[in-house]
Write a protein that binds this ligand. Structure first.
Ligand code: CMP
Length: 141
């Protein structure tokens, strides 16, 4: 089924100047950008976005990293978009990511791991709504 997923190109990838290379992988694999903006997240925005992780030991480092520079927030639409994006990203830890995935090719560490992608339809809907009002998401077809 056609789905939408939420993507973040994280501060490490923006600093490395690989926004276009990452978006190109989405586009050439059947995902269409239907919403997009660059933003330097406030601490409050990053903490709210990652609230499900607030009791995890890595939470502070994760938030520190996510506010260290601007990010690119996007909604991607396509057939099976959530699983497709996760396959393109590779494992959360770039050391464990398959060669040819975004994280294997562009990421350095589990925090500076280049991209975020939603893990399920319910979280995709919550994450999209956190950053994009419905009128800023454009139909892909
Ligand atoms: P992301 O998909 O953005 O969701 C939460 C982030 O926490 C994850 O990517 C990683 O960048 C970061 N993180 C740091 N340590 C861990 C860990 N041990 N397990 C999962 N995520 C981690």
């Amino acid at each position: 089924a056609v789905q939408r997923t939420f993507s973040i190109i994280k501060p490490d990838a923006v600093k490395k100047n690989v926004i276009g290379k990452i978006v190109s992988r989405f586009e050439s694999n059947g995902l269409k950008v239907v919403a997009s903006k660059m933003k330097h997240l406030s601490r409050q925005e990053a903490e709210g976005f990652y609230a499900v992780h607030k009791d995890r030991p890595f939470f502070k480092d994760l938030v520190d990293f996510m506010v260290s520079g601007p990010v690119v927030l996007q909604v991607l639409e396509g057939e099976d978009a959530i699983a497709k994006n996760r396959a393109l990203m590779g494992a959360t830890d770039p050391k464990k990511a398959e060669p040819g995935t975004i994280r294997a090719d562009f990421a350095e560490s589990i925090d500076a791991n280049a991209v975020h992608g939603s893990d399920a339809p319910e979280t995709a809907a919550i994450e999209i709504a956190y950053f994009f009002p419905a009128c800023e998401v454009y139909a892909g077809r």
